[in-house]
Write a protein that binds this ligand. Structure first.
Ligand code: UD1
Length: 421
């Protein structure tokens, strides 16, 4: 397994291009299964989770061509298997996103049940209950979800809690259902909106994306008609590099980014003392060499503060001036990075889903590793401000969600290198 060696202490300075959003590309690639014709998706990030998704589609018999600009040409017409096997689903829970499209388009799917994961239980009961309400016969047998349906029927779904991939799965299924589906308490995340735009480009009739009520008028078929869909920029990647700039007292400019979907994160960065200037597709953060102030926050569904940025702000608070309180409300076990940060000298106390962080002027290098994607990223951030050389192990977690993180950070002046094993 590769490692990252990072020597802390350099304020980051420079410009970066932000990649396409992982959490939009994953459902969009799954959504290509709904198309009657080949379809091209652009701005797909070069990530392990994307490779896993392409492998999953490839094993089903879907035709795939990837060019050097990361346009993915998908030909779903050659599909011959409707199974998402355990060996792929266990490495990426988002594989569950093929369930809705397969049942809606082909009337059957066998998808391995995702197990627990490092950040909590993460059940898929709402995905299954919604599909059952639309008329699918669902059985869980030998660790697999077996789903069958003639044609799904539109209905009114009220989700018990806000689920991002659950909303996406049910929205995709509803595009080809007979009649109207209404999804209430839907996730409002920008990635749900991007998926809805993609599906509407193929002829779907989805209204209300970005609000908590989606109205989907089922159609008989979907087809891309030779159009290319460009995936939106990754707001979590953008947020992570902005925090890196703020923690190191640096100045960072991001390109190919959207500031309108980062309000909660930008507000916290401003509270920490950063000067931020935005245009339609750039964000510039200037910390003016200052140490950040502590910022307290509480994670919640969009448009509130994203759980996927919680660990990075924990790292910022570890070196900030003051005391911060972070409350995690989405996942029950998403403080796995705390113990590793403590090993780097951070002063953090956890009580149930709340962490109290007393900022220190500096952290110390240590060998660290993490068990999930954003936690790993937060350790890289902590290493950027630690005295000495930190070795971050198990970075395949980072490669799942950050495109060339060491190259991008090096471009900003960080002392970082990958050590292959
Ligand atoms: C998505 C994101 C992930 C992000 C998360 C929350 C993708 C590929 N992943 O994950 O990066 O951290 O949203 O913003 O887009 N739940 C249930 N039953 C269900 C479904 C969910 O109880 O059927 C619970 C979960 O355990 C969790 C909460 O709902 O506590 C929210 O999870 P959810 O929004 O579904 O997360 P994901 O879609 O898996």
């Amino acid at each position: 397994m590769d490692k990252l060696m990072i020597t802390g202490g350099t304020p980051l300075n420079g410009e970066l291009r932000i990649s396409g959003a992982k959490n939009a590309a994953l459902p969009i690639l799954a959504g290509t299964l709904l198309s009657d014709t080949p379809i091209s998706v652009g701005n797909v990030p070069h990530l392990l989770d994307i490779t896993t998704t392409l492998e999953l589609l490839g094993r089903m018999g879907v035709g795939l061509t990837v060019d050097e600009k990361l346009n993915v040409e998908v030909d779903p017409t050659a599909i011959k298997s409707f199974t998402a096997p355990y060996d792929l689903v266990k490495t990426m829970r988002a594989s569950i996103l093929v369930l809705g499209p397969l049942v809606a388009k082909f009337g059957r799917a066998e998808v391995s049940l995702p197990g627990g994961c490092a950040i909590g239980g993460r059940p898929v009961n709402l995905h299954l209950a919604g599909l059952a309400q639309m008329g699918a016969e669902i059985e869980v047998r030998n660790g697999y979800i077996h789903a069958k349906a003639k044609r799904l029927k539109g209905c009114r779904l009220v989700l018990d809690l806000v689920t991002v991939t659950g909303t996406e799965n049910l929205m995709m299924a509803a595009t080809l259902a007979e009649g109207t589906t209404i999804i209430e308490n839907a996730a409002r995340e920008p990635e749900v909106v991007d998926l809805a735009r993609f599906l509407n480009m193929m002829g779907a009739n989805i209204q209300g994306a970005g609000t908590d009520v989606l109205v989907i008028e089922g159609v008989d078929s979907l087809s891309a008609n030779g159009q290319n869909y460009r995936v939106m920029p990754d707001r979590i990647e953008a947020g992570t590099y902005l925090v890196a700039g703020a923690m190191t007292g640096g100045k960072v400019k991001l390109k190919d980014v959207r500031s309108d979907i980062l309000d909660a994160v930008l507000q916290k960065l401003r509270e920490s003392g950063a000067k931020i200037v935005t245009t339609e597709d750039t964000i510039e953060l200037d910390m003016d060499g200052q140490r950040p102030h502590s910022v307290s926050l509480r994670t919640a569904p969009y448009p509130a503060f994203p759980t996927d940025m919680q660990a990075q702000f924990m790292a910022l608070n570890a070196v900030a001036d003051g005391v911060a309180v972070i409350t995690e409300t989405i996942f029950e076990n998403r403080f796995m990075h705390v113990q590793e940060m403590q090993r780097m000298g951070a002063d953090i106390t956890v009580e149930s889903n709340t962490a109290i962080i007393r900022g220190k002027p500096q952290l110390n290098a240590a060998p660290v590793m993490a068990t999930d994607l954003r936690a790993s990223a937060s350790l890289v951030l902590a290493a950027l401000v630690a005295e000495g050389q930190t070795v971050v192990d198990r970075i395949y977690h980072i490669d799942r969600g950050y495109e060339c993180i060491e190259e991008k950070l090096a471009q900003l002046g960080a002392e970082i290198r990958r050590v292959p094993q």
